[in-house]
Design a binder for this molecule. Structure first.
Ligand code: FES
Ligand SMILES: [Fe+2]
Length: 371
């Protein structure tokens, strides 16, 4: 990939990556016997929970004449369309009944399917696998299983606490993801007296390495001006603290901090809802802070503050992006963003023309920037 890789060609019409698991909604928002409308990658979905508590996801359009299935009746097993009463199995989408048929009309109803998606619950969220779109105009076939399990937060002990945060971002998935991995905005966007000030800006040097479909900021001692570091120094010697940050396609940023037997782990995702709207979900798990009163609440407060600062920034940025300005990615601070676009292009290339996935990194790289 050339170094003057134009960002502009990537942004006005951000392509979304099909063939991956995406977080759909917090699991607690879904009660047994209820249906919820949502959207992922511009696909309208109805998500529900059957009478046994098992979550499912269907395309929110009846295969007969497109009525949203979310308007139908759900008895805990089957959904009945509100237009002509066709009934579908909530998990497989298979048609179970067409009330208008008379006894000698032997339409093979078991060959009719509402679109259905693999759906799993992991770490407080309902995840849905969004496959590559089928041929235009064709109906939904019986659904194939997902080729890989839904992502999960790494955990390092039997007992731990967990929490999540979620925020809507009014911009494309690409801008949100590169904003998330951008190391240079910290001193300007995330200022607070208890965190850091612009004066604490200093030169940083971090090693990165390629991993399958992504890159890793290699295990290192966290930056001495960061809050996790200050907190962890209460638990362990400075040289036993290490943190690893991975980014993996399509949208997964995971961070693991370990200090002796203590650990903190998070999985952040940026999920495309439409081409110019997305949602950030941060889920964290940890076995720290057991003796700090209000530890989890404190942590949630800190994260909520950061996410809100990022959300506000992206809201303002989307104003500027409306008129399609010329944009730049500079070295070294924007190199992770270049890798992201490189990874995405490599994947789209494989989907289009087959062949091997060509990773944009050829080996370990050290990046330097001030933040
Ligand atoms: S549109 Fe659903 S049954 Fe006709
Ligand atoms: Fe940020």
């Amino acid at each position: 990939m050339p170094d003057d890789f134009p960002l502009q060609s990537q942004t006005p019409d951000a392509l979304m990556l099909f063939g991956f698991w995406y977080r759909a909604l917090p699991a607690t928002q879904l009660r047994s016997g209820e249906l919820t409308k949502t959207m992922l990658l511009e696909q309208p979905l109805v998500i529900g929970r059957d009478s046994q508590g098992q979550a499912f996801a269907l395309r929110d359009a009846c295969p007969h004449r497109g009525m949203p299935l979310s308007c139908g009746q759900f008895d805990g097993q089957q959904i009945e369309c509100s237009y002509h009463g066709w009934r579908f199995d909530a998990h497989t989408g298979q048609c179970q009944l067409i009330p208008s048929l008379v006894s000698d009309q032997n339409l093979k109803i078991d060959r009719i399917y509402a679109g259905s998606y693999p759906c799993e619950e992991r770490d407080d969220f309902v995840w849905v696998f969004i496959p590559d779109p089928g041929p235009a105009g064709a109906g939904f076939p019986k659904r194939a299983p997902a080729p890989m399990p839904a992502p999960e937060i790494p955990k390092f002990s039997e007992h731990y606490k967990h929490a999540y945060l979620t925020a809507d971002l009014p911009c494309s998935v690409d801008h949100s993801i590169i904003g998330l991995m951008d190391p240079a905005h910290g001193p300007f966007v995330h200022q607070a007296w208890w965190w850091r000030t612009q004066k604490s800006i200093h030169e940083k040097r971090k090693n990165f390495e390629p991993i399958p479909y992504g890159f890793r900021m290699s295990a290192h001692t966290p930056s001495s001006n960061s809050a996790p570091y200050k907190l962890l120094r209460l638990y362990a010697d400075a040289d036993s603290i290490s943190t690893t940050i991975d980014f993996v396609l399509p949208n997964l940023r995971s961070e693991v901090i370990r200090a002796g037997k203590y650990w903190f782990s998070s999985l952040t995702t940026v999920t495309p809802i439409t081409r110019d709207q997305c949602r950030i979900d941060v889920v964290a798990a940890w076995n720290l802070f057991r003796w700090i009163p209000f530890g989890p609440q404190l942590l949630k407060f800190v994260f909520a503050k950061f996410v809100e600062q990022d959300r506000r920034t992206m809201e303002l940025q989307s104003e500027g992006l409306k008129h399609n300005p010329h944009l730049m990615l500079i070295d070294d601070a924007d190199r992770p963003a270049k890798w992201y676009f490189g990874l995405k292009n490599a994947l789209l290339e494989v989907k289009k023309n087959g062949g091997e996935f060509r990773h944009p990194m050829t080996g370990p790289v050290t990046l330097r920037w001030r933040s």
